[in-house]
Design a protein around this ligand. Structure first.
Ligand code: ATP
Ligand code: MG
Length: 416
């Protein structure tokens, strides 16, 4: 038997209702905050990702699914959504209109990682992006949208981590300080960090290797070295979140894994997920649009890992499946009449089912129970002769006789 590939999961019928719930709740919150949905392709030119995410990042160095197209161009399955959204926004000139500047997306992302609980090679994100607004109020809105979304899903014990990594100039100053701090000890760091020391030293703060985490505990804090402008931007966000009663902790180590961030960075973590604890993360990326040859355009957004959220959803936190009516038709006349009724009910908006494999009433009613049908309609040859069918309440087992011609109307009333 062929099996699915490593790190890629099927979503089974028992799981899809909770996914619908996560998605519907996300749409509802994104809509309330004035975001419109965009759907972008799953694959793009490799260059889009290597240029925007940054060459010295985990994603570009080792996680992308890249392959040559038949014409020789290099394509990549998207590892994240932001780069594609920026590409689309520029291609379709969406930045010019207030109605298309705030966008959200859903969809699968692909990263060649070591699969484990909460970490897959195909996973799904819900993300939002707001373009063209420098005002810190948009950072606050984006963070509060994420926070409210998780609260609405009834996720417990969440922590919002916040940081500012300043502007490019702030970072250059900070990196000098950081390198001064790291250099005496750098040969004891992991191989990755030793490479990062020259390629991208900030990323050392994001390393998960215990030695590197420990050895950077006393590292200088970037927040202490922010310019006045960046510092004031960050302070306004802190005050705004306090005003909205959104609790946070400042985490000067939070540098994020992608190169395009500037100023605000944030993550929301849960203690109930083991080491894959981040369920949503984002920040400001004021230089990305320009990097992709657009006009200078500040931007801020987040992405949520839906598999990780699904692991935290309380049981039964989503509505049960729509109740259904079961058509129990048997006999040479009863069966075709029940089949017609099935179609009439469905056309009238009722969820109706039958079992084509069951041939007698007993088997039909057993199937109705298995499907948790609310009512069954019993239609045998006798019922066709008399023009009166039986409506059975599957819970109370109560039965009533209903003239065939009134049946649709009666069912509609029961299901209103
Ligand atoms: P991590 O530190 O866990 O690797 P990341 O910084 O690479 O996360 P982002 O690129 O910020 O993650 O993606 C946003 C969110 O998408 C993460 O917070 C996480 O919830 C989810 N996510 C990222 N990679 C995976 C994966 N391989 N499998 C499942 N979810 C993922
Ligand atoms: Mg990662």
């Amino acid at each position: 038997m062929l099996r699915s590939i490593k790190g890629v999961k099927d979503l089974l019928p028992s799981q899809t209702p909770s996914w619908h719930h996560m998605e519907a709740t996300a749409r509802s919150w994104a809509g309330r905050y004035g975001f419109s949905e965009i759907r972008i392709p799953i694959f793009e030119l490799t260059e889009l990702f290597s240029r925007s995410i940054g060459g010295a990042t985990d994603i570009v160095e080792k996680e992308m699914y890249t392959f040559p197209d038949r014409d020789g161009s290099s394509l990549t399955l998207r590892p994240e959504g932001t780069a594609g959204v920026v590409r689309a926004v520029l291609e379709h000139r969406l930045l010019d209109s207030i109605t298309t500047r705030k966008l959200f997306y859903f969809g699968p992302m692909f990263r060649h990682e070591r699969p484990q609980a909460g970490r897959y090679r195909q996973f799904h994100q819900f993300g939002v992006e707001a373009f063209g607004i420098e005002d810190p109020n948009i950072d606050i809105e984006i963070i509060s949208l994420l926070w409210n979304y998780f609260l609405d899903l009834e996720l417990k014990d969440l922590t919002l981590h916040l940081n500012s990594i300043g502007t490019q100039q702030d970072r250059e100053r900070y990196i000098q300080e950081l390198k001064k701090f790291l250099s005496p000890n750098i040969s004891s760091f992991c191989g990755n960090c030793q490479r990062r020391f020259t390629a991208n030293p900030l990323r050392i703060l994001d390393c998960k290797v215990p030695f590197c985490v420990e050895a950077t505990h006393q590292a200088p804090s970037i927040i202490d070295l922010l310019s006045n402008d960046s510092g004031a931007h960050f302070q306004k966000i802190l005050t705004g979140l306090k005003d909205l009663n959104i609790p946070f902790t400042i985490n000067p180590r939070l540098v994020r894994g992608l190169d395009y961030y500037s100023r605000t960075t944030f993550e929301i973590t849960s203690p109930h997920l083991g080491s894959q604890s981040t369920i949503g993360a984002g920040g400001r990326y004021d230089s990305l649009v320009e990097l992709l040859q657009g006009p200078p355009t500040p931007a801020v957004g987040f992405a949520v890992g839906l598999e990780r959220v699904s692991l935290l959803l309380p049981e039964e936190s989503y509505p049960p499946a729509t109740p259904c009516v079961f058509l129990a038709g048997f006999g040479t006349q009863g069966k075709p009449e029940a089949f017609k009724l099935l179609h009439t009910l469905r056309k009238n908006g009722i969820t109706a089912e039958t079992d084509h494999r069951a041939t007698n009433l007993k088997a039909l009613l057993r199937s109705a129970d298995k499907l948790s049908a609310k009512y069954s309609i019993i239609v045998g040859d006798d019922e066709i002769q008399s023009g009166i069918v039986i409506l059975r309440n599957m819970e109370t087992k109560e039965q009533q006789s209903i003239p065939l011609k009134d049946l649709s109307e009666k069912i509609m009333i029961l299901f209103q």
